[in-house]
Design a protein around this ligand. Structure first.
Ligand code: 48H
Length: 259
């Protein structure tokens, strides 16, 4: 066993992938359920997609299920998405299905990578790249450890044709855009409107309408979509996150086709 060979293998293989994603079709921020589903549906269509995740682990809020009971609930349409991934679900009552949140997230992540998506953990997106036509043209990256250590280290960048904000409740990328570029999001106020209190039925219904291009070159997915457009939260029902991820991929594909 040669430790240096092991080290070289890790560094070379990682760098190869990192170099590869410096220019992609779609860059997704956040490896929660919506971001991973988006990446899967893009990769399945042969689109070059990358996901940057701040944390050590993937899965965002899904792994914790509801209040740390690692189970999620899905309605019929959400269950069908999990069926497609081969994740088992159990009917609890008519129209309510329950699944193991760890099985769900592990499977979706594995299928996304298998389909060709690249996923990088421990990298935070701290800004966006823009050009004269006010279009998002890339993401600004740094090691999460840099911000956690409160170090001042300048970032690197990755170019993309479309970016997807799947950062969850905080809608981080949209907030950066509204703060740095101006209140130009396609919301009523131009700003991130802020998520509203729990109303599962409405939250789940509105998330699909909210999953769209919110700024040239920037699509919102998952909880971010509701936070940006001022729709309610929905608790531990996860169908909306999966359906939103699928729709975000479709929106991104349309944008790529339009050039
Ligand atoms: C890199 C980042 C950055 C950054 C954040 O929170 P998530 O699970 O998001 P969704 O929208 O896929 O799923 C939401 C769901 O988990 C949830 O919270 C629900 C349904 N809540 C309902 C309710 O009522 O509370 O994942 C977002 C991911 C996380 O892993 C973050 O670490 C990551 O994005 N992230 N990664 N750069 N700047 N910001």
């Amino acid at each position: 066993m040669d430790e240096v060979i092991i080290s070289r293998a890790i560094v070379e293989s990682y760098m190869e992938d990192l170099m590869e994603v410096m220019e992609v079709d779609v860059a997704v921020v956040g490896a929660g359920p919506s971001g991973l589903v988006t990446a899967y549906y893009l990769a399945k269509k042969g689109i070059k997609a990358v996901v940057f995740e701040r944390q050590l682990r993937v899965g965002g809020g899904m792994s914790g299920g509801g209040m740390m009971f690692n189970r999620i609930v899905l309605q019929e349409e959400g269950k069908r998405i999990l069926d497609g991934f081969g994740v088992s679900t159990k009917e609890y009552q008519k129209g309510y299905y329950v699944a193991d949140s760890l099985e769900a997230i592990a499977t979706i992540c594995s299928r996304a990578i298998e389909a060709g998506a690249k996923i990088f953990n421990l990298i935070s997106v701290e800004d966006v790249m823009v050009r004269e036509n006010d279009k998002i043209t890339g993401l600004v990256l740094n090691w999460s450890a840099v911000s956690w250590s409160k170090l001042h280290v300048d970032p690197l960048t990755a170019r993309c044709k479309v970016a997807v904000d799947a950062t969850g409740h905080d809608a981080e990328i949209c907030s950066i855009v509204a703060r740095k570029i101006g209140p130009k999001l396609r919301t009523k106020t131009g700003e991130v409107m802020g998520e509203k209190s729990m109303w599962a039925e409405r939250g789940e219904k509105e998330i699909l309408k909210n999953t769209r291009e919110v700024y040239p070159g920037l699509v919102v997915a998952g909880m971010t979509a509701n936070a940006v457009f001022g729709s309610p939260r929905m608790g531990a029902i996860f169908g909306g996150m999966l359906l939103s991820g699928k729709k975000a991929a479709q929106v991104a594909i349309k944008l790529l086709q339009q050039g």
